[in-house]
Write a protein that binds this ligand. Sequence first.
Ligand code: UT7
Length: 326
Amino acid sequence: MEELKIIQTAGFIPEKEVKNADLAQIMSTSDEWIQTRTGIKKRHISLQANTSDLCIKVAQKLLEKSQISAQMLDLIIVATMSPDSTTPATAAIVQGALNAKNAYAFDISAACAGFVYGLKTAANFLKDPKIKYVLLIGGEVLSKLVAWDDRSTAVLFGDGAAGALLAIDQQTESGILGSDLKTFGQFNTSLTAAKTQPLSEFPPKTNEKRYTPFMMDGRAVYNFATEQVPRSLRDACQDAGLSLAEIDLFLLHQANERIIKSIAKRLDLPLAKFPLGLAELGNTSAASIPLLLDDLIQSKKVTRGQTLALCGFGGGLTIGTLIIKF
Ligand code: UT7
């Protein structure tokens, strides 16, 4: 077992709510299509505030809830596919805003698997005795990347951030029991956002587009998820020496209710073990698993001592499953 305790969780959702019916006003779609194909009823959109702003709000909540000072942090990781900029890292902006002067900071780019990759990364860093507290946040403002005239993607995503304060606590059994992280880079073109374009000539054309908008081959990613997630959950359970039946709850990336139902069916597990959080939030990429976890902790559906499977999947294509003792 790798020691890792999720000390506290917190989330932040921007105020502006966009219902399916609101989208039907600006593109050729319907509430009926979105709900039946995805399970999404509405999402929240960030106006003015960028990814770092959402992450700073989460970080401040985490410090307040945990009663520790920013100076006690040793490492800050932000998992995001919608950073404020390619440089500086969004995590560096968070570190600066908190005045967390003893922490170093970097981003993880693993799309919707980012939070799970971040937990695994944090566990490795926590093996260093110099590192006591790690702040890990999954934060996204996807609304700035989405092509709002492309109904095949625009209706799916939402903005939000959530995270966890992580440490090692030898008094408890909390930790990572097993894992399965895989990257399928051969499918990298299945989901791309803000893809950069090299210059086509020099001197450069002043009006040349430098970035392409959000693009997803939905069907390909759907098939990938329904095939690879069950496999990854099985592999991670095997790594943990546990059966699937011994997992209390499966916290999957909240991309599509149909994907989650299909996975539960393929594994012959009750849907009640797969909590859902996307109806109100849409797909929030790296924020979706910590938002769900925080919500379940608040409602006491996740409690200490439970065995949880966390599984993220998406752009890369990436997949990451951790079996944790909470
Ligand atoms: O977070 C990263 C991981 N992402 C995922 O896991 C997403 C995986 N993919 C999916 O969840 C699904 O593929 C989607 C929800 C994106 C799409 O559902 P689908 O059942 O695969 O639909 P489709 O793309 O095959 O499209 C079916 C029809 C098409 O019309 P025709 O060709 O059958 O006439 C689309 O043009 O639905 C049409 N369509 C829409 N209609 C109304 C596509 N988007 C919309 C829309 N409103 N927003």
